[in-house]
Design a protein around this ligand. Structure first.
Ligand code: ATP
Length: 440
């Protein structure tokens, strides 16, 4: 099996309209990407898959959607204004900039090859800063949020007061975050504008370790449900040097990307740090009163923090395969049917004698249940290849027999197996196949 490289993923993404470089006609903008017609559908499907899993499948998790712009005090309280920085060095010769922890400072510059040319490491704050209102002074400074979690913490009291949630409970949120990343290589892996899917679970102090284990297990199981190869996922526990000073324990789920094992999601025991900080900085108690015992305490938080856009990259890398079929090469994306941007393709084998019209009618019928695509141009083998390459799990062909007895051919992407099904049974058959889907 041919190796999956980032170049192949980038090229497929551009060719088939998954992901484009931002502002490409102006030479592109580093660290920013645009999602094309298939990319936005894939991203929305992963987003919805996570949202359903976290809010609908648990009876004690509610959602919020906080604004990207927040009071600057929030970022002082969270520690981002003073601490959210990476040490960086510049090459004095070619002016390239690197994260000091990502290169060997004793080796030659990876760009120009000169030796002993790095500046001393300096801290570089990752938050994008702007100004709000008419005046540009210190009091008008505003930040683009570098994580979605703080929007959850500052709404903790609002949610408790307005919903019927009782500890232990969670608040989930999906949204954009921004970080002025120094090193933005590896496509959408690390970008300056990205999306996160975060859930903060509020628990009684003392119950935190049990919930931490619970969420670790749940989050790994999620990727299994999403059809990701489990061999490509592993846990990485934060060592002393990686652990945030307030965190009690932290694990990352890592995925084997083409450039190696890298973080996909973090599961962190953040203790009562965030709510205590907001109590201190806002002067408003961020505590919880147990409705039965009347006991008051500041809850501990177990956080699950995943990158949505990083999940998109993982889904693409995991799904990508080049196969030999009867001496021919086929590129196929083995997406789980629930996240595939197109679920069902309708392909008439002949256009004449009303068969194309029948196919168009069938496509309209299936639209309310699936994302569909109609294609009547070119040889059937080529049409199948085009659908394989974007990860369409089901292809339906219509022929003269369809006219005779109402049956169609249903082809499965992974096995390429074809079965004859009556068109009235298609919705049921496809839904069942999706429910029972197993990644090969
Ligand atoms: P790193 O150490 O790689 O910079 P981090 O540990 O700071 O990342 P977190 O703050 O824990 O990352 O963010 C949670 C999740 O958000 C990450 O697991 C990742 O999936 C995603 N994420 C963080 N930064 C970026 C980025 N620049 N681009 C895309 N996704 C990101």
């Amino acid at each position: 099996m041919a190796e999956v490289t980032m170049d192949k993923i980038v090229s497929l993404c551009k060719r088939r309209g998954f992901i484009f470089q931002s502002s490409e006609i102006y030479g592109g903008l580093n660290g920013a990407y645009d999602y094309g017609p298939l990319g936005v559908q894939l991203k929305n499907n992963i987003r919805d898959f996570w949202w359903k899993e976290m809010t609908q499948m648990h009876d004690n998790i509610v959602g919020i959607d906080a604004s990207i712009l927040m009071a600057s005090k929030v970022w002082e309280a969270s520690g981002h204004v003073s601490n959210f920085s990476d040490p960086m060095v510049d090459c004095k010769e070619c002016k390239s900039r690197f994260r000091a922890d990502q290169i060997d400072l004793n080796a030659p510059c990876p760009v120009c090859g000169n030796r002993d040319c790095f500046t001393e490491p300096r801290n570089f704050n990752l938050m994008f800063e702007s100004h709000i209102g008419a005046n540009r002074d210190a009091s008008s400074t505003i930040y683009l949020r570098p994580e979605t979690a703080q929007g959850i913490y500052v709404n903790f009291k609002n949610v408790v007061a307005s919903s019927r949630v009782k500890i232990p409970f969670g608040i989930a949120q999906i949204g954009k975050s921004f970080r002025n990343e120094i090193t933005t290589k590896n496509f959408i892996f690390r970008s300056c504008e990205f999306e996160q899917m975060e859930m903060q679970y509020f628990v009684k102090p003392g119950a935190d370790e049990e919930w931490f284990d619970f969420w670790k297990e749940q989050r790994m199981a999620f990727y299994d449900k999403m059809g990701i190869k489990m061999d490509s996922l592993r846990w990485h526990q934060h060592g002393e040097d990686e652990l945030a000073f307030y965190a009690k324990d932290a694990y990352d789920i890592q995925f084997l990307f083409p450039m190696g094992w890298q973080e996909l999601e973090g599961v962190h025991n953040r203790t009562d740090y965030d709510l205590s900080q907001h109590t201190k900085f806002s002067g408003k108690k961020q505590d919880y009163q147990d409705p039965v015992t009347n006991e008051r305490y500041i809850p501990y938080v177990v956080e699950t923090s995943a990158g949505l856009t990083r999940n998109v990259l993982m889904a693409l890398c995991d799904a990508y395969e080049e196969e030999e079929v009867n001496g021919d090469k086929r590129t196929v994306l083995h997406f789980h049917p629930s996240i595939a941007p197109v679920e069902v393709a309708i392909l008439p084998l002949v256009k004449k004698d009303g068969i194309a019209d029948m196919a168009k009618d069938l496509e309209k019928e299936l639209r309310s249940d699936f994302t569909t695509f109609y294609d009547q141009s070119g040889a059937i083998g080529r049409r199948y290849r085009r659908m394989d390459e974007i990860g369409t799990p089901y292809c339906i062909t219509l022929d003269y027999d369809t006219k005779e007895n109402g049956t169609v051919t249903l082809r499965f992407r992974d096995s390429m197996e074809q079965v004859r099904v009556h068109k009235d049974d298609l919705v049921k058959t496809i839904k069942e196949a999706t429910k029972n889907y197993k990644r090969k």
